[in-house]
Design a protein around this ligand. Structure first.
Ligand code: FDA
Length: 508
């Protein structure tokens, strides 16, 4: 019996899904005369049932996405869209019910118009491909977005997106001026056709609730020919806690050209190879030369003791490599590698700090970090441009009043439920510990650091009030407007997932 049962369970979905696959392919074929040339479908062998997709569609042309949406609907299946595949909870490529995966890997062109200082970038491109393309055209232009080059444009821009230039230029989404999207009816809409409400929603509200975004028109930003970077690490004995404490009072008020983030992490103890210790790294980009940076630092953060030797002048694109963990002399082509540098299991959570954490609170973080193996707490300072943009301007509401964003990360290499449980437990314990020190009512979170612990939609019928539990954490008062837009553009809630925006009830 024990042998037969799993076999039956395995076999049944195989038969059922093969029929669905064939019928789906037939549906798609009828929509294309040149099907074999332009439509690439990779059949997945369903050796395991859920959560593998029935099909992965890798379109070369927008009409193929239209067909995928319409045929998915017709077959009562779900659809998932993946650009860079970096979703923290895998919502771009996992689904509990039978689904079709649209992978935009083949739609990744970048067209730069330097005269107008804009670019059109397709969703399947990565940040690295975008940064590289800009650098090939200009040494004095860049784009304000995230740090990891393998992150995809589609998820990043539709969830907000920030990196080393957010204090000067805001979010990636703040710099989007047009977009092409395919809606649930298969229509291709640009900003004018989709209307300002939908255009607002896809810049921070998560694209997957509203359609499949094909491409984005972005504003390039000017960068100086020379920028300066530094990373200064301090241990407990070197006053790390006092320095982080002080940093909280000044980082958000510094010149907009100066971004200093803090990464608290556990490292090997240099005094005892067998032991671990916790240090704080002050990791910075200054949009200017060293001779301007030093007086600024001496005046505003002398406690850090920054020295000329700690700093390196470089071009902006070299700073992109620096922050991504590459060496200054690595070829720029490393930015074209779509594989992420970070390969391990991980769990992340986010917070926003609105008051400085007292030293005693920071000490507690240090103590807890020593209980785990690979842990990080990344603190990204806000202020500057982020203070100038009203909370309702885009779905991303975390603007004035926030000193910095916090991301907690725990990583592990060992597979298995037992190992995962242990690390997840530790992460949730740390998150609980942080409660008195971070934003409350709501305890805010950043959509692009997706966290299903915050709440998920119910089975089948998603309710607006149920989803508000997690929705207001990501979007505050903007959640209601997102749900109203959803009710207008996808009243049947075809595009849904564990954390998709539900249609607002009154308009359903
Ligand atoms: P993925 O393809 O997984 O998509 C994420 C979500 O967007 C899914 O729900 C997906 O369905 C949807 N989506 C994707 N393409 C779409 C499209 N064309 N139309 C509609 N919906 C679409 N963030 C940050 O702000 N700053 C940073 O520096 C970093 N750094 C970073 C490093 C690493 C290693 C990781 C794993 C992640 C980050 N992030 C980040 C977070 C990152 O911004 C976030 O995970 C993005 O959603 C990833 O976008 P992808 O397209 O890669 O993901």
């Amino acid at each position: 019996n024990t042998l037969v049962l799993p076999f039956v369970l395995l076999f049944f979905p195989l038969v059922a899904s093969t029929t669905t696959q064939e019928s789906f392919i037939q549906c798609v074929k009828t929509r294309f005369s040149d099907y074999t040339k332009t439509f690439e479908i990779i059949l997945q062998l369903l050796l395991l049932s859920a959560p593998l997709p029935l099909l992965i569609v890798t379109p070369f042309h927008e009409s193929e996405i239209q067909a995928a949406i319409l045929c998915t609907k017709k077959h009562g299946l779900q659809i998932r869209v993946r650009s860079g595949g970096h979703d923290y909870e895998g919502l771009s490529y996992r689904c509990k019910t039978p689904f079709i995966l649209v992978d935009l890997v083949n739609l990744r062109s970048v067209d730069i118009n330097l005269e107008e200082e804009v670019a059109w970038v397709q969703s399947g491109a990565t940040l690295g491909e975008l940064y590289y393309s800009i650098a090939m055209e200009s040494k004095v232009h860049g784009f304000a977005a995230g740090i990891c080059p393998s992150v995809g444009i589609g998820g990043h821009l539709s969830g907000g997106g920030f990196g080393t230039m957010l204090r000067k230029h805001g979010l990636a989404a703040d710099n989007v001026i047009d977009a092409y999207l395919i809606d649930v009816s298969g229509r291709i809409l640009n900003r004018e056709l989709m209307g300002e409400d939908l255009f607002w929603a896809i810049r921070g509200g998560g694209g997957a609730s509203f359609g499949i975004i094909l491409s984005w028109k972005i504003k390039l930003v000017r960068v100086p020919p020379t920028v300066t970077v530094f990373t200064v690490s301090r241990s407990l004995e070197q006053g790390a806690i006092e320095l982080v404490h002080r940093w909280q009072y000044i980082a958000h008020e510094l010149s907009e050209d100066l971004f200093i983030r803090v990464i608290i992490q556990d490292v090997d103890d240099p005094n005892n190879g067998a032991a671990r210790t916790v240090q704080a790294a002050f990791n910075s980009l200054f949009l200017g030369k060293l001779d301007c940076l030093m007086p600024l630092m001496n005046q505003s953060f002398p406690e850090l003791g920054l020295k000329v030797d700690n700093c390196t002048e470089m071009t902006w694109i070299e700073s992109v490599l620096y922050f991504a963990g590459y060496k200054k002399d690595d070829p720029l082509e490393v930015l074209l590698d779509r594989n992420t540098l970070y390969k391990s299991y991980f769990k992340a959570k986010s917070d926003f700090a609105q008051e400085p954490i007292p030293e005693v609170g920071l000490r507690g973080i240090w103590e807890r970090f020593l209980e785990e193996e690979i842990v990080f707490m990344i603190m990204d300072p806000y202020g500057g441009k982020m203070n100038e943009i009203p909370e309702s301007e885009l779905p991303f509401p975390h603007r004035r009043g926030n000193l910095y964003n916090v991301q907690y990360l725990v990583k592990w290499v060992q597979n298995g439920v037992k190992a995962s449980k242990k690390h997840l437990h530790w992460m949730r314990m740390l998150y609980n510990y942080m409660t008195p020190y971070v934003s409350a009512s709501p305890r805010a979170a950043y959509l692009n650091y997706r966290d299903l612990d915050l709440g998920i939609n119910g089975k089948g019928e998603e309710s607006y009030s149920g989803a508000s539990v997690w929705g207001v954490k990501y979007f505050k008062d903007n959640f209601k407007r997102l749900a109203i837009v959803k009710g207008r553009v996808d009243p049947e809630n075809f595009l849904r997932s564990e954390q998709s925006i539900p249609p607002y009830p009154a308009l359903k």
